[in-house]
Design a protein. Sequence first.
Length: 291
Amino acid sequence: MQQFITLQHIYNYHNIQEEIKIEGIALVKNVHQLHPHYINFKHQFDGLLLSYCSKGSLRIAINFQEYTICPGDWAVVLPQLILNPQEVSDDFEVTSILMSLDFISAYPILREFITNNEVRQHPVICPKQQNNHPLDSFLRLLEEYYFESAAQNKKNIIQYVIFALITAISDSYQTLCAQRGIVKTRKAQVVDDFYLNLSQHYKTERQATFYAEKLHLSPQYLTTLIKQETGYSLTHWIEHVVILHAKSLLKSSDMPINEISHELHFADTSLFCRYFKRCTLLTPTQFREIE
């Protein structure tokens, strides 16, 4: 069984109160045991997940590769990755920051981060092994403002702390080489290679045949494998990445819609608008006007 989890699910599962909710962001602190909704099946979070382990351990498969998360470790789980918890210690404590895709799409720094293949291939890091500790400080500051602060600009402050945290995590990845050489299953490698090719070619290529040829596979085999291993069709993932970039351009730039259509290599603006509305139920103009 596999489940697709959204930020609204997180709000509901953890009873996050309305007075501390910030649109597009959730912070879940000191989870001593995995929530029942996360165990005994694979699941994906519809956004970016950052988790810091402060105590105990968790054995988990992330995109089919098994990891043991221990105190001081960060799990950096990008959109599209499949989580399958295996075993958790009785004293396990973790603090998680979750960001929706709509929140990510509004900020280029976050969009660039979630397309980083190094992060995708190495989702568990231990910055303390690098004598690199600012992540802990950013997390404490984030907790203080999220749970306790009544600052007038609380949302903006939290956003900038998250940007600083992401930058610090990116710096950690620049010096992390020890995890390279992990042996993956053939299926896991195909899924990773598909995501990598998709991140490089989504602007111009939206057909299964192109990605199958890049991976030296038949379109039928690749389509079936992606569906079996991720729970979603190959077409879904192509649309997912195209729409994420379109949302980013709509929210973070003043580009006219016809230029965004051209940037994404649609034949004409009306085709882009129909594509966007089919995927989001909103026109590009309606999405841009949402605060």
